[in-house]
Design a protein around this ligand. Structure first.
Ligand SMILES: Cc1cc2nc3c(=O)[nH]c(=O)nc-3n(C[C@H](O)[C@H](O)[C@H](O)COP(=O)(O)OP(=O)(O)OC[C@H]3O[C@@H](n4cnc5c(N)ncnc54)[C@H](O)[C@@H]3O)c2cc1C
Length: 395
């Protein structure tokens, strides 16, 4: 039986080698020949392409029937094995090849990312940026991906994910120092435990602090920028920069970090002393409201469209307007306008980025036709070349 499987595998490898050029032209390829030396047949007749340690997710996530498994491929021909070795030496948090973005991303959508790096300190971010800058290799930064739509074609540039490895929090009185990878609901809870008020509105936002600051996110009329004292970041050349809050260009869902290409590594925030029990009550009430209002069980990126102030004053928030126009429950492929909240587009299982884009386009155009107001998206689209753009700018 095992011999038979090996024979099938060998035949497959042979076929692949013969048709490599065809595979290389496809966005998703069933096999990557460069990995085949690492492949082995799983007892359940699955093909595992890489040493498990190269994958960021639990092994159970990967084995799919051999016929359905789109194995990752490294398109990044600018990086050879020695380069990857050098990157592994710099980046102790992990260097992962061929990462399935539909498994990793919050919306559960996207092709394969050629290379994902998880730096474990600001020094590692500096070293990585210098390394990429000296070779003229562009790259993209993400946090928890809770505001991002990755392209179906995946990502052809390295992706630096700022997460758990950079998530230390320390508190001195009202001054809070936190790594950009700090999990926002966790930070809100820590603030509450220290009797600090002002972070309650962040308790249900499923992002990392760096992503939240870049988006100047928040809820209940508040934004994180209001609590920022200063931000430490790393520019493209690999220089550490500290900006005071007034230099960060905070506005409604805006900051300079959306355009300046800097990677936020840590934050100095300030909160006010408050009563722990009262803060906890506000947080629990906020979480309960969110559970009631938002479809939290299905993958989404939260509110797709930003508030349009004149439209808000005239006819209401995006969710209410989209609902009035009858979009709740509308499906495009695997994407659906949530029946619970019309400003959420959920992935019902197999949604493609193309489905989400089409749904957003239909909503935006109809809102414009019916009301005269243009809605802009809060959610951002990540192109295969690593550009992060508001989704509505690519429709
Ligand atoms: C169910 C749900 C509810 C949500 N509710 C809210 C809400 O109430 N309010 C709200 O504002 N948002 C909300 N969001 C959206 C999202 O959670 C926030 O925008 C969040 O702050 C994004 O953080 P992230 O770490 O996931 O960033 P990502 O989505 O990974 O990235 C967002 C942007 O930040 C950039 N970025 C990420 N990390 C860094 C860094 N370290 N340095 C520089 N740039 C960086 C990325 O390049 C990208 O441009 C919600 C999302 C979901 C899924």
């Amino acid at each position: 039986m095992v011999g038979n499987r090996r024979r099938i595998l060998l035949q497959t490898i042979q076929q692949i080698n013969e048709s490599t050029t065809i595979f290389h032209r496809l966005p998703f390829v069933p096999f990557d020949v460069s990995y085949l030396s690492c492949c082995f047949v799983h007892p359940k007749n699955y093909l595992l392409p890489l040493p498990i340690t190269h994958y960021p997710l639990p092994i159970t996530h990967y084995p799919l029937p051999i016929t359905h498994y789109p194995l990752p491929i490294i398109y990044m021909d600018c990086l050879n094995d020695m380069d990857l070795e050098a990157l592994r030496r710099i980046c102790s948090g992990g260097v992962f090849q061929g990462v399935d973005l539909s498994a990793l991303s919050h919306w559960r959508i996207g092709g394969f990312a050629d290379l994902l790096l998880r730096p474990a300190s600001a020094e590692e971010v500096v070293a990585l940026r210098r390394w990429f800058f000296s070779r003229d290799i562009s790259h993209v930064v993400t946090g928890k991906t809770s505001n991002l739509l990755f392209a179906d074609e995946g990502l052809r540039v390295p992706c630096l994910q700022i997460g758990q490895a950079l998530s230390e929090i320390s508190i001195e009185g009202e001054e809070v120092f936190a790594g950009a990878g700090a999990w926002v609901p966790g930070l809100a809870r820590t603030l509450m435990l220290h009797g600090l008020s002002g972070g309650e509105h962040m308790s249900g936002i499923p992002g990392a602090l760096g992503g939240l600051v870049c988006m100047n996110g928040g809820s209940n009329g508040r934004s994180v920028g209001g609590n920022v004292v200063s931000v430490e970041s790393v520019d493209r050349q690999g220089t550490l920069i500290t900006r005071e809050a007034r230099e960060c260009g905070f506005d409604y869902r805006r900051s300079v970090y959306q355009a300046n290409g800097e990677i936020i590594t840590s934050l100095h925030l300030r909160f006010l002393p408050g009563d722990r029990k009262a803060i906890r009550r506000v947080m629990l009430a906020d979480l309960a409201t969110r559970r009631k209002k938002f479809p939290l069980k299905e993958p989404s990126c939260g509110s797709v469209f930003k508030r349009n102030a004149p439209m808000y004053a005239d006819i209401g928030p995006p969710g209410a307007v989209i609902e009035q126009l009858g979009f709740k429950g509308m499906r495009v492929g695997g994407a659906m306008v949530s029946p619970k909240h019309a400003n959420f587009i959920v992935n019902t299982g197999q949604a493609k980025a193309a489905d989400i884009l089409e749904a957003i386009r239909r909503i935006r155009d109809t809102v414009y036709d019916q009301t005269g107001y243009t809605l802009h998206t809060e959610a951002c689209y990540v192109t295969p070349e690593g550009k992060v753009l508001p989704v509505d700018s690519v429709l």
